[in-house]
Ligand binder design. Structure first.
Ligand code: HEM
Length: 414
């Protein structure tokens, strides 16, 4: 790591390099501050801008001249990417598309994620939560440790999205394994073996989706898969075959680990400060601010990227066409110009609007759903297990883009 002579903090360039290491990823926040010490948008290497400021990230996300990496862009800059099915499938989804395709793809699925539609799911999510808590109680009866992530935080999001899409319940454990393997493809090209596993998982999932789509053609249900298959069959111009697969894939995977990490962090922070657990149990309105502050303080998505399709500028810095921008949302959420005392976890913070779900055209489609799941799961968890306690320190998954707890063993002594 390169350091300035006599200084203890790395340079922005050194901090950037450290983010690619296991050690750097374990605690990236000091590295974000090292980048910030050289500016809110720092040029690192030719044609590369790393953005850590809140206002700068917000503006970049809303700037229509800054595009997401789509298939054409991969073709131009990443030879061989089409050999990886895990990358190919995502480029047929809204997340990796720019207008006009993006607008079309987002509209096709968007109707199911509006705040009123999501509010209708409340009682179903409450029931799923209770069932999972029953299961945790059964697993922990003999005093044995239960992994909060594997048994609760990751099961709830998969159960919820599977129900919306219309996936059979018995396939959910398999989905979690596949979705975890696939998620690596969004974390860059660093690990060739992991990318290969992601490709294999993607192939299996695509075959599964194709089979399910055929079943729904023959036997339609009142679910999102049936709706999407019908949209494709009625008008393939509106939703092509690969786009149907890409949409299913992104809906299943985008909200799984992210929401699981949100719930995992929410549980960890409340166990570290028991007063928070007590407030979750006793103050019904407390959870709204609590979830927003977890999102700010420990966002499940640390970083996203854009590239400049045309010349633009960002807070006075010229951004020539072709520049690649890395937008560190987790650093923006700790920008002292926007958040007072940003390193302090404060669920009573007013005007808390973190960038954890992005902003602009690609603003997270599932934000109302993720919020609702966490708002239900966390108070229920602490109400059901007032004696909840960590039996070992949690372990972070070694990833940077989507970051959170891999395992968190707890005792559920009621
Ligand atoms: C705490 C949980 C979640 C976090 C932190 C999160 C974060 C994000 C972020 C930052 C983006 C924007 C990426 C960008 O602009 O480059 C995004 C997009 C997206 N998210 Fe989420 N997400 C979460 C949960 C969900 C859930 C539950 C779903 C759906 C089931 C979902 C579906 C999507 C989709 C479809 C997009 C793409 C939107 C578009 O490109 O127009 N997310 N998410």
């Amino acid at each position: 790591m390169s350091r300035r002579p006599g200084a203890t903090a790395p340079t922005a360039e050194g901090a950037w390099a450290a983010l690619a290491t296991v050690r750097g990823r374990q605690d990236p926040y000091p590295l974000y501050e090292a980048i910030r010490s050289e500016g809110q948008a720092v040029r690192i290497g030719p044609g590369k801008l790393v953005v850590v400021g809140y206002e700068e990230c917000d503006r970049a996300l809303r700037d229509t001249r800054l595009h997401v990496q789509d298939a054409a862009r991969y073709d131009a800059g990443t030879p061989g990417w089409r050999e990886h099915s895990s990358l190919r499938a995502f480029t047929s989804s809204m997340l990796y598309s720019n207008p006009p395709d993006h607008t079309r793809l987002r509209t096709v699925a968007g109707f199911a994620f509006t705040p009123p539609r999501i509010r209708e799911l409340r009682s179903a999510i409450e029931e799923m939560t209770e069932r999972l808590l029953d299961r945790m109680a059964a697993l922990g009866t003999a005093g044995s440790a239960v992994d909060l992530i594997a048994e609760f935080a990751s099961r709830l999001p998969v159960a919820v999205i599977s129900t919306m899409l219309g996936f059979p319940e018995q396939d959910q454990v398999w989905f979690r394994e596949m979705a975890s393997a696939i998620a690596v493809s969004t974390d860059g090209f660093r690990d060739a073996a992991a990318l290969e596993r992601a490709d294999r998982a993607m192939d299996e999932m695509t075959a599964y989706f194709a089979h399910l789509a055929d079943r729904r053609r023959r036997d339609p249900h009142d679910d999102l898969v049936t709706h999407l298959v019908r949209t494709h069959d009625d008008d393939p111009e509106r939703l092509g075959h690969d786009e149907l697969m890409g949409t299913l894939m992104v809906l299943l995977t985008a909200g799984f680990e992210t929401t699981s990490f949100l719930i995992g962090h929410g549980a960890l922070l409340a166990l570290e400060q028991p007063v928070l657990a007590e407030r979750l149990r006793t103050e019904p309105d407390f959870v709204t601010g609590y979830v927003e502050e977890i999102l700010r303080f420990e966002p499940p998505v640390h970083v996203t990227s854009r590239w400049a399709a045309a010349d633009t500028e960002l807070a006075g810095t010229a951004v020539p066409a072709g520049t690649r921008l890395t937008l560190i949302l987790a650093a923006a959420n700790r920008d002292a110009r926007r958040f007072a005392d940003p390193g302090r976890f404060d669920p009573d913070r007013s005007g808390n609007r973190p960038l954890s779900f992005g902003a602009g055209g690609h603003f997270c489609l599932g934000a109302p759903l993720a919020r609702l799941e966490a708002q239900i799961a966390l108070p229920r968890l602490f109400a059901r297990f007032p004696g909840l306690a960590a039996t070992e320190p949690p372990l972070y998954r070694d990833r940077w883009v989507v970051r959170g707890l891999d395992t968190f063993p707890v005792a559920v002594t009621a």
